[in-house]
Design a protein around this ligand. Structure first.
Ligand SMILES: [Mn+2]
Length: 482
């Protein structure tokens, strides 16, 4: 081969229709010094996957020599090239030290060790997709846990690809704030439309963070045969959840852990596997995810993480679109973080104060305090903020600090959400209560959640009868009026 010509193969094609095509290529000649760079070029000429392309180094120009079949590499040859590529890139994944992720809590560290080899596989899939141009859609739950995970992964990819070689926008990775806890048909079609623009050697992939483990995702999961689905969740797994249809399913429940190992923490570990231990914001995001989801491992003395968690709760709860790039910028900037923390705290407090006089109080088993609020009474200072779910959590925390442990029930349209203090969980199993509720009241559609934060979907025209039955199951007697 000439000194100033390098050979590449086409691994990804994005169809821009009238504007031509964007090709992602990787070098065929892999040596020890291979750069982890994303190489793309635009052309009006239609080329095929695996076709060989010449790059003239001096002219910095891709030269399309031939698109004939005899000038293509085979799939087997491609596998060989990509394998060498992955082996030679110097990321933390191939590093001996990658089993030491600097996780201080012993239980969290032990669980992490259990999941490490599976997480490494996912890290490799992400890197392989990025360098070959296959699209990845990352869907994350719209709360501080889900978004902490997404931000940690985003940060790792920015450092890995963004600074050194090319801009992060060059990657075919898309970030989507998911408004519910299911991977719905609507989102499935949205993802399919985006994936259809691409022809790639690696399968398009959806990565789901902090949601998805629900019967309402099952139809979508079984339809998505043309792409990979990877779920990183920590919600309780149920028996018939179709794990075998997923490319990868990592949930601490399946590795002798539980929901206290949060999804944001899990994806933070994935980010560390990709980029290493030395990025402070990744550790802060992992800590914020534990605080956001009220994990028993949360470090309540970590004030910076607490700020991040609160601000993320605020930003992900807004109706307006969420920018991952802007959000990372805001939380990495100390003065911006402080300002947004003050603002979001004030907004929450105003909403809480507006609701206090509408809260009804009941007494259940063991003298348990039960508070009930109709969310329609909450004054929403900014459009669509706060959302009922995160409002319930804040209200519960607030009532807990004022009155001690309690069950906080907030109802809104078709939903009733419950927040339960940890010591009450010793004598009330909320999932069992919901099962009983469903058996005695036919207006219950579905229910789900953690032990301490759960919700029921109901026929809203029967809210009164459902609430009455629910309170009775929680041990309330003498329910007079609704
Ligand atoms: Mn979570």
């Amino acid at each position: 081969m000439d000194d100033d010509i390098e050979e590449y193969i086409i691994t990804g094609i994005k169809n821009l229709y009238k504007e031509g095509y964007i090709y992602t290529v990787i070098p065929t000649n892999i040596n020890k010094n291979v750069d982890l760079k994303i190489t793309k070029f635009k052309s009006n000429i239609k080329l095929n996957l695996y076709a060989k392309i010449k790059y003239r180094v001096q002219e910095q120009n891709f030269d399309i020599i031939s698109n004939k079949d005899y000038n293509k590499v085979t799939k087997v040859e491609y596998e060989d090239i990509i394998q060498k590529f992955i082996e030679n890139i110097s990321t933390f994944i191939n590093d001996e030290k990658s089993s030491d992720l600097n996780i201080k809590n012993n239980i969290l560290n032990k669980l992490t060790v259990n999941m490490l080899s599976d997480l490494k596989e996912i890290a490799l899939i992400i890197i392989k997709h990025a360098i070959t141009g296959a699209p990845i859609i990352i869907r994350f739950h719209n709360d501080s846990d889900g978004s902490s995970g997404a931000l940690a992964l985003y940060k790792a990819l920015v450092v890995l690809f963004g600074q050194k070689y090319s801009s992060i926008e060059n990657l075919s990775i898309f970030w989507r704030l998911n408004k519910s806890i299911k991977y719905s048909m609507e989102e499935f079609y949205e993802d399919t439309v985006l994936f259809e623009l691409y022809t790639t050697v690696e399968k398009p992939t959806v990565i789901i963070i902090d949601f998805g483990t629900t019967p309402e995702s099952e139809d979508t999961i079984s339809l998505a045969n043309n792409y990979n689905i990877i779920i990183l969740d920590h919600h309780p797994v149920y028996e018939r959840f179709p794990v075998s249809k997923l490319t990868k399913y990592i949930n601490p429940w399946n590795y002798s852990g539980d929901s206290n190992y949060t999804a944001g923490f899990l994806v933070g570990v994935l980010a560390k596997i990709i980029i290493g231990n030395n990025i402070k914001i990744i550790d802060k995001l992992m800590s914020a995810s534990l605080i956001g989801d009220h994990s028993i491992y949360a470090d309540i003395n970590d004030k910076e993480a607490e700020k991040i968690s609160n601000v993320l709760d605020y930003l992900t709860g807004k109706a307006q679109s969420f920018s991952i790039e802007k959000t990372l910028g805001n939380i990495e900037d100390e003065s911006k973080l402080k300002m947004m923390f003050i603002h979001s705290t004030r907004i929450f407090e105003e909403a809480l104060n507006s609701s206090l006089k509408y809260i009804r109080h009941y007494t259940g088993y063991n003298g348990t305090n039960i508070f009930v609020l109709d969310f329609n009474h909450v004054e929403r200072i900014e459009e669509d903020f706060p959302l009922p779910g995160r409002f319930s959590t804040k209200l519960h925390d607030n009532l807990e600090s004022l009155n001690g442990s309690n069950i906080t029930i907030v109802h809104y349209g078709n939903y009733i959400s419950l927040r339960i203090s940890s010591n009450i969980l010793d004598y009330i199993d909320i999932m069992k209560t919901f099962e009983k509720l469903k058996s005695i009241n036919k207006n219950i559609y579905s229910f789900g959640g953690h032990k301490s934060a759960a919700s029921v979907r109901i026929n809203k025209f029967y809210i009164t009868s459902v609430l009455k039955n629910l309170l009775e199951l929680l041990g309330v007697t003498n329910i007079k009026k609704f």
